[in-house]
Design a protein around this ligand. Structure first.
Ligand SMILES: Cc1cc2nc3c(=O)[nH]c(=O)nc-3n(C[C@H](O)[C@H](O)[C@H](O)COP(=O)(O)O)c2cc1C
Length: 153
């Protein structure tokens, strides 16, 4: 089975989770990158605004075609209770070409509406995983990732 892990990460949390998942599944990876820098306080504020307003910011060209994979795992941080805007842009472009999917997110408290938005732009997921920042710090996220991976098969 060909598996692709696609993620967007502004500050590294989702990247860490995505790498742990991809390593265990021997999956290919695709990192979604902003066309314009999102660092600093202005980047933070713009991120919140774009998530709330449902914006589709420009992202850099991707290198893999999700339609060539049997399963595409999609990872995004939660922004103001919603999907991060760069991942929304990716799913608006490619979400419909995904055959089978599962979602994961990192957040401070909960996933809010992020998974619902992801589903509306792609498919019903076969599994979901939400990891809180404190679970990354404590190392608890590894156990949750292993449970998530078991639920994919
Ligand atoms: C603009 C913005 C809004 C956020 N809003 C929420 C939120 O509503 N709920 C929540 O639990 N975490 C929220 N967070 C925290 C992020 O989801 C969390 O830090 C996540 O782990 C970041 O992932 P990353 O390091 O891969 O970018 C927000 C972060 C940013 C930058």
């Amino acid at each position: 089975m060909r598996i692709l892990v696609v993620f967007y990460s502004r500050t590294g949390n989702i990247r860490r989770v995505a790498e742990a998942i991809a390593e265990r599944l021997k999956a290919d990876m695709e990192e979604i990158r902003d066309a314009r820098s999102r660092s600093g306080m202005l980047g933070f504020l713009r991120s919140g605004y774009e998530a709330l307003a449902g914006k589709l910011p420009k992202i850099q060209q991707v290198s893999r075609s999700p339609s060539e994979y049997d399963l595409v795992l999609i990872g995004s941080p939660v922004w103001v209770g919603k999907l991060s805007s760069p991942m929304r842009s990716y799913l608006a472009l490619y979400g419909r070409s995904i055959k089978q999917t599962a979602f994961f997110c990192t957040c401070k408290s909960d996933e809010g509406r992020a998974f619902k938005e992801m589903e509306a732009l792609s498919k019903k997921p076969i599994a979901t995983l939400c990891i809180r920042e404190k679970e990354i710090k404590s190392g608890e996220y590894i156990r949750k990732i292993e449970e998530f991976i078991k639920s994919l098969t």
